[in-house]
Design a protein around this ligand. Structure first.
Ligand code: GCB
Length: 625
């Protein structure tokens, strides 16, 4: 007992000292381009559809073989009509022609383009030609939902910039760069990653390189609402922090309307285009919760701009070991999921319907009220579906396993990624927890790195709860196995969470794990952010259940849930995982064949035996804290 307490105290102290020394409170790292809150609800020109694509494994289009700029024969991003140039000059040499390259439908991972692309890691060039309506009075923003992993972008031969991070949006202002006909948008997407990237190369899921989320051209007035964060405060008032961008941003009259609440508030921006409103609603607010996921339309007019979002209002807090939603304790009956749609050949193309199918199975099939969206920010359709369906969300950045924690450039890009996630989604009532990482190895550099991320979350969104999947330790105490949280990061989070696989990895027997004790701090809520066992649908064994049979997985769930019942501070769980998902590191023939089989349903949605075990347990927990 004491051991655990002393370790925790030391951890907290070390973290505080180290965190301050190595990462002094620098300014917040922000997205490089516009924020464009609720961009998915903005009208715009959808550039989905046919794009030309071409592999470039040696990156010849980016640099010459002695370094320096790529030569004209390789420069895929040039605004050049290669066929015409070749016709005009028989001596012209080109070793690419994006206009003639094969065509794929985007957004989609490149594994949809051809069977040879399944495990391609490297650079792929994409090109889209399009016409645009040119309005000299408006500003044009090119916004990418996500490109995995890095993307460098050119429009009509002009380089717009580069973005790193496969799961967060980025945008470039392209005002003045468009032409009415035949714009040439070229994107170099590179899926190659090192330990200086986030996530690192070794993960337990498939990479899905490519332009995986929508690309849109959004036309806005010269001055527009770039960011608006609207939420319910503990005192019952609605807060709105608004940021205007554009030449008229200072002293601009702004109006915020929530029709259903009778709110119609006017105010004027400050010199920087900022505005903070605190509003007492005239009508009672119907609070968002899993039982009643009420959403309101929020409108802002600023100059000529009309912005809106669909927002739920609820409060969130922690009291001792309880998580409170709207002031009431709530037990999180959860399940983890990857961003991978149901079906035999998923491509991580999550439409509204695909998101609904997964979340409805979790909610109505399992009786869940909570999803851990692992291990990276999922696309907007998933978050909007969670808001609509009343599913509480854990959202996280892909700080996974082992990255170069001692590299300040890695910290910088991770902080940017975190900001991109939070600024995209902080109007989603469903999100309760921001996770800063998963199972990262303890060490001085890592401890300071993770503590910095936790501080960033608090600066960007102080009302939500910070968490991370922490590491555990195990010791014998009076002949009994006792599990502790050995991770100093525990001091930085609001909600403790651990992944546990006793009875799956290692040699523990299922009969024993119900007897394990947990020595946990009593003043913080505790979650099982994962536990799980593999099972191949339809694989049954004679005799004692063997790993990978449905029976073993079901027994494993029974044993782990029995262990969970002995933990008084347990505030919820999100077992691993709803659906079998693709993972190249899982190659047991006949059983895994490239899939992580810990799903409670198969890739095509058939339920395994353990599904009912968890559903029954959740049915018993319904209505409990
Ligand atoms: C974990 C990881 C998760 C893996 C899972 C497994 O702890 O967080 O990404 O997929 O275990 O199946 O081993």
């Amino acid at each position: 007992m004491l051991n655990g307490a002393i370790r925790r105290a030391w951890g907290a102290l070390a973290l505080a000292v180290f965190g301050l020394l190595s990462f002094p409170a620098a300014g917040q790292v922000m997205p490089e381009g516009p924020i464009l809150a609720a961009a998915d609800l903005r009208a715009g020109q959808d550039l989905s559809g046919q794009w030309n694509w071409s592999i470039d494994p040696y990156r010849d289009g980016l640099a010459g073989f002695h370094g320096g700029e790529a030569g004209p024969s390789q420069r895929r991003h040039a605004d050049a009509d290669v066929a015409n140039l070749r016709r005009a000059d028989p001596l012209a040499l080109f070793e690419y022609d994006m206009d003639a390259a094969p065509v794929a439908m985007l957004p989609a991972s490149w594994l949809t383009h051809s069977p040879q692309m399944r495990h391609y890691q490297g650079l792929v060039w994409y090109q889209r030609r399009f016409d645009a309506v040119i309005d000299p009075a408006s500003r044009s923003i090119l916004r990418f939902g996500a490109a995995n992993y890095s993307a460098e972008v050119w429009l009509n031969g002009k380089r717009l910039g580069r973005h790193e991070g496969g799961f967060t949006p980025f945008a470039f202002e392209v005002t003045g760069l468009l032409r009415a006909r035949g714009n040439r948008l070229v994107v170099a997407v590179d899926s190659q990653r090192s330990s200086h990237d986030v996530p690192p190369p070794v993960t337990d899921w498939e990479t899905y390189g490519g332009i995986t989320r929508a690309v849109r051209l959004i036309n806005l007035p010269g001055t527009f609402v770039d960011d608006a964060w609207v939420r319910l405060e503990a005192d019952g008032r609605i807060s709105a922090d608004i940021r205007i961008d554009g030449v008229q941003k200072a002293g601009l009259p702004v109006r915020l309307i929530i029709p259903e609440l009778g709110i119609d508030q006017r105010a004027t921006t400050d010199m920087d285009g900022g505005l903070a409103l605190r509003i007492t609603p005239r009508k009672p607010i119907q609070r968002w919760s899993p039982d009643s996921p009420k959403l309101y339309r929020v409108e802002i007019s600023a100059g000529e701009d009309r912005w809106h979002d669909i927002v739920g209002f609820r409060t969130l807090s922690v009291q001792g070991s309880q998580i409170l939603l709207n002031g009431e304790p709530i037990f999180l009956r959860g399940i983890s999921l990857h961003e991978e749609e149901l079906g035999a050949d998923p491509t991580r193309h999550i439409t509204d319907a695909a998101a609904d199918a997964l979340l409805v199975e979790a909610r109505d099939g399992l009786g869940a009220n909570f999803v851990r969206l692992a291990h990276y920010p999922h696309g907007e359709p998933m978050l909007r579906a969670a808001d609509r369906l009343g599913m509480i969300v854990w959202s996280e950045i892909p700080v996974y396993w082992r990255i170069a924690f001692d590299d300040p450039a890695v910290l910088e890009k991770t902080r940017r990624m975190l900001a991109e996630m939070i600024l995209r989604d902080r109007n989603r009532a469903s999100i309760a927890l921001w996770s800063v990482g998963n199972e990262t190895p303890i060490g001085d550099a890592r401890n300071g790195f993770m503590a910095r991320l936790a501080l960033d979350v608090r600066a960007l969104d102080p009302d939500r709860l910070v968490t991370a999947a922490l590491l555990t330790g195990r010791e014998m105490d009076g002949g009994r196995q006792v599990v502790t949280i050995s991770d100093p990061l525990a001091a930085s989070v609001d909600v403790l969470a651990v992944n546990t696989y006793f009875g799956w990895y290692g040699s523990d027997r299922l009969d024993d794990i119900g007897t394990f004790g947990w020595d946990l701090p009593i003043d913080k809520p505790f979650l099982f952010s994962e536990f799980g066992a593999g099972a191949k649908l339809g694989y049954h064994a004679e005799g004692p259940p063997q790993k990978f049979t449905e029976e073993y997985q079901a027994d494993y769930y029974r044993a782990t849930l029995a262990m969970a019942e002995g933990i008084p501070t347990l505030a919820g769980l999100s077992p691993w995982v709803l659906k079998d998902f693709r993972s190249p590191r899982r190659q047991l023939p006949g059983i895994q064949d490239g899939w992580n089989r810990k799903g409670l349903i198969s890739e095509t949605g058939e339920r395994k035996q353990a599904f009912a075990v968890l559903a029954e347990w959740y049915a018993k927990r319904e209505g409990t804290r």
